[in-house]
Design a protein around this ligand. Structure first.
Ligand code: NI
Length: 135
């Protein structure tokens, strides 16, 4: 069921919103608002530790640091129920990027991301979570 509602807004803010709509090719204000609201609600949901999300963890590390590869493999084996797959890219002589795709409770995904951050040789850990609750 679709319901209509009115929105009051400052004119300047509305003008900026219309420019945003044009820039990103939304059909109309309703479509843009729905998308923005969904994104914001998803951002809230992924904060709930017991909710399930899909996500990707992208890590950058220096493979020449002692035992970093072994540590990363051991750690990922501890989370086999969480990890769907991972890909490895050899970026240059020293640096590697690994993309770890996960599905599971936000608590467990955060735990894995945090533990990856503490591995010596890992210089960056980025986590992106989403879900289909509001589709
Ligand atoms: Ni590599």
């Amino acid at each position: 069921m679709v319901k209509r509602f009115g929105v009051s807004m400052d004119v300047d803010l509305l003008n900026r919103f219309d420019l945003f709509i044009k820039k990103y090719g939304y059909k109309n204000r309703s479509e843009a608002l729905r998308e923005i609201i969904r994104e914001r609600l998803i951002d809230e949901t992924v904060k709930n530790e017991d909710d399930v999300s899909f996500g990707t963890i992208v890590i950058v590390y220096d493979h020449e640091i002692d035992e970093v590869n072994d540590k990363l493999v051991d750690l990922q084996h501890e989370y086999t129920g969480l990890i769907i797959f991972s890909t490895h890219i050899h970026v240059d002589r020293r640096n590697c990027i690994e993309n770890i795709v996960v599905k599971g409770k936000n608590r467990d995904i955060s735990s894995l991301a945090q533990r990856l951050r503490t591995v010596e040789g890992v210089s960056s850990v980025k986590l992106l979570l989403t879900n289909y609750t509001y589709m």
